[in-house]
Ligand binder design. Structure first.
Ligand code: 13P
Ligand code: SF4
Length: 321
């Protein structure tokens, strides 16, 4: 059981069972805790729903909770706020950003878009609300191919901000996309050379990878998909060993759901924990509890940005059915 000493000012520090305290706050606030698979295991274990970006958006779109506690990164909580402008959306650590979203500053993107006036803009959900507001359709790693395939063949498309997912979508759809050159620092850390060495150590294992990885890494993969798709694949595939090429947080869920199988995290290039997203990992169970107890930090967005960003998100939800 996870316990911590909280200094309840001015009373003396007391030991609080965070799991129980969070459960009580969920009742008191009529709150739902939505968590991404890259969150630390304790957070995954208190969540009401754990999912990939599409699943989390769908949950946020349909929840009747009054408060959404978003255990993920800023763009994910922003999406929940855009879908629920009148609800309180809490993010345990407001600094939990995204290196990929940061590669696409709104002013530079506006200039890029202006150079391609006849192009439809499809943006990966890993971007700021301002970029969403400049987009025609949002997509996630689980529906990007499906969405691009629904666009008439003669319609030119800008795909932003992830060049690796963009390249993967180009290969899957045969479409020529104009790519914004952004990338994720976590997924670009995986080394093809180390992956090949690991495969030699575990010749019976299959490699499962997220499409944010670079092309030489994806070429080694037996299966490519969003976090939810990877989880489903390892559950259904009749094999006992998998090398997992994405943020290592998902292995907690894989081990929980299929405890009889062996999951090997793919090695990053250096001797670091770079396969953990430093942004995702800013959230902790303590911060999540504090956010619920104090009703902050909350996500706030201007009504104009909310309204403009809602349209492409709604289009995504419609096109994903
Ligand atoms: P998924 O939508 O596949 O969960 O990806 C989210 C993400 O941030 C990957 O880095
Ligand atoms: Fe962003 Fe990469 Fe972290 Fe996903 S893993 S939230 S894309 S920095």
């Amino acid at each position: 059981m996870f316990t911590t000493a909280l200094s309840a000012n001015p009373a003396p520090a007391t030991t609080v069972d965070l799991f129980e305290a969070i459960a009580a706050l969920k009742q008191e606030l009529n709150a739902v805790v939505l968590a991404h698979y890259y969150q630390e295991p304790d957070i995954q274990d208190v969540a009401d729903y754990i999912g990939d970006s599409l699943g989390l958006s769908q949950q946020a779109a349909q929840t009747d909770a009054d408060v959404i506690v978003f255990a993920g990164v800023h763009f994910m909580a922003e999406t929940a706020k855009i879908l629920n402008p009148n609800k309180l959306v809490l993010l345990p650590d407001l600094n939990a950003g995204c290196s990929l979203a940061d590669t696409c500053p709104p002013d530079q993107f506006a200039a890029f878009k202006a150079k391609h006036p006849d192009h439809l803009v499809i943006s990966y959900i890993n971007c700021s609300a301002e970029i969403k507001a400049m987009s025609d359709i949002i997509c996630t790693s689980s529906n990007a191919v499906k969405i691009v395939n629904q666009i008439p063949a003669d319609q030119p498309i800008i795909f932003a901000p992830d060049r690796n997912l963009g390249r993967y979508v180009m290969a899957e759809t045969g479409r020529d996309l104009v790519l914004w050159q952004g990338s994720c620092m976590v997924h670009e850390t995986f080394s093809e050379k180390k992956l090949v060495q690991l495969q030699m150590e575990y010749p019976h294992a299959e490699i499962v990878a997220h499409p944010e990885c670079e092309e030489p890494v994806l070429r080694q993969a037996h299966f490519i998909g969003s976090t939810t798709a990877l989880l489903k694949y390892v559950q259904q595939r009749d094999l006992s060993q998998f090398i997992v090429v994405t943020e290592s947080g998902i292995i907690h869920q894989m081990e929980k759901q299929v405890p009889n199988k062996h999951f090997i995290p793919a090695p990053p290039t250096g001797n670091c924990a770079c396969n953990e997203c430093p942004h995702m990992r800013l959230n902790t169970l303590e911060k999540l509890h504090r956010a619920m107890a104090e009703r902050q930090p909350e996500i706030s967005l201007s009504p104009e940005i909310c309204a403009a960003a809602l349209k492409p998100i709604q289009r995504m939800l419609e096109m994903s059915r």
